[in-house]
Write a protein that binds this ligand. Structure first.
Ligand code: ZN
Length: 336
């Protein structure tokens, strides 16, 4: 037996046969922030065969309080989150194959990345992407573990397409607030509590012990000491456009999704322009306007009172504004 996994294989519900299954499995994690890095670390240490991680962002100083794979150096160098995570994960366990993708999920274009995946873990921080994933995992019939965290509260729920109600069904029956971690803050133990639920469910699915899965939606508040599991068996709607009898997958049907959007609570506008940017060339053009930093993946420019970050594929963040008009004007001034 591989000594690395000996304590995990000693745990009866996993055993050596479960460990062999874990070693063969491919997990996809959507989002590489607080939930994504911690789930990734747990799964890579547990010895999954392959991990794919997708994220659209880069590391900033304000991430370090809770996003456990990142260092101050990653923030200084503005390394894309998936690249910084991949480096640490490979150092933790080189037996795991790790694929990382710097991209924003807008619809079905990520379908090729779902091939040969056994399990998907939700670690994003926004509901637009979650509803796209809700449709995709039903269309491609993949188990999916939802998780969300804000302040000292968190939720998790395991979705099995064809069996359980989908995310849209259960969220219609529970109260949702518009709070995000950028508007009300977040504490690290709330992240770890959600991750504990997600990673445990992941291990059960990877060793194919479906009887052990939790069936309800778990919700907690670590600050006010509340913990509850809500039964959701009856939440499934027969006419649900995602998990009902005749699915239409509504989140996949906007193919021209908003190209420019304000990132909720971040005082940032994202522009999704598809073009190849040759970073060093653009950097030398922009140096006359202000301080430019460039790495292999992106460049950033301090411009007036804004910070502009341009990725290799043309996607751009304008930090310091929530005006789409202003952001577009600046984008055309700088990138053309
Ligand atoms: Zn549904």
């Amino acid at each position: 037996m591989n000594e690395r996994y000996s304590r995990q294989a000693l745990f009866k519900p996993i055993g050596e046969s479960g460990q062999e299954k874990i070693n063969q499995k491919h997990v996809l994690i959507i989002g590489c922030g607080a939930l994504g890095t911690a789930n990734a670390a747990n799964l890579v240490r547990s010895g999954i065969g392959k991990l794919t991680i997708i994220d659209r962002d880069y590391v900033e100083l304000s991430n370090l309080q809770r996003q456990q794979l990142f260092t101050e150096k990653d923030a200084e160098n503005q390394i894309p989150k998936v690249m910084a995570a991949k480096e640490k994960l490979e150092a933790i366990n080189p037996e795991v194959e790790i694929a990382s993708h710097i991209l924003d999920i807008t619809g079905e274009e990520i379908a090729p990345l779902l091939q040969n995946v056994d399990l998907v873990i939700d670690a994003t921080d926004n509901f637009d992407i979650r509803f796209i994933m809700n449709d995709l995992i039903h269309k491609y019939k993949l188990p999916w573990i939802f998780g969300s965290v804000v302040g000292s509260t968190g939720m998790s729920y395991t979705i099995l397409p064809g069996e359980t109600p989908c995310l849209a069904c259960i969220l219609n029956t529970t109260t949702m607030t518009g709070a995000t971690c950028d508007s009300v803050g977040i504490i690290a133990p709330a992240v770890q509590m959600v991750v504990a639920h997600q990673s445990a469910e992941a291990l059960k699915l990877l060793v194919e012990d479906e009887k052990a899965l939790r069936t309800g939606l778990v919700m907690f508040d670590l600050w006010s000491n509340q913990y509850q599991t809500i039964k959701v068996d009856r939440a499934k709607k027969a006419d649900c456009p995602t998990c009902g009898a005749t699915p239409a997958y509504p989140a996949l049907s906007y193919d021209e999704r908003t190209k420019t959007e304000v990132l909720c609570g971040r005082n940032t506008v994202q522009i999704r322009a598809k073009r190849d940017v040759i970073l060093p060339v653009l950097a030398s053009k922009l140096t006359r306007l202000g301080q430019v930093n460039v790495n292999e993946f992106l460049l950033s420019l301090q411009y007036e009172d804004l910070r502009v970050v341009i990725f290799k594929d043309g996607r751009t963040f304008i930090h310091g504004t929530d005006s789409i008009e202003q952001a577009r004007r600046i984008y055309y001034q700088l990138v053309g």
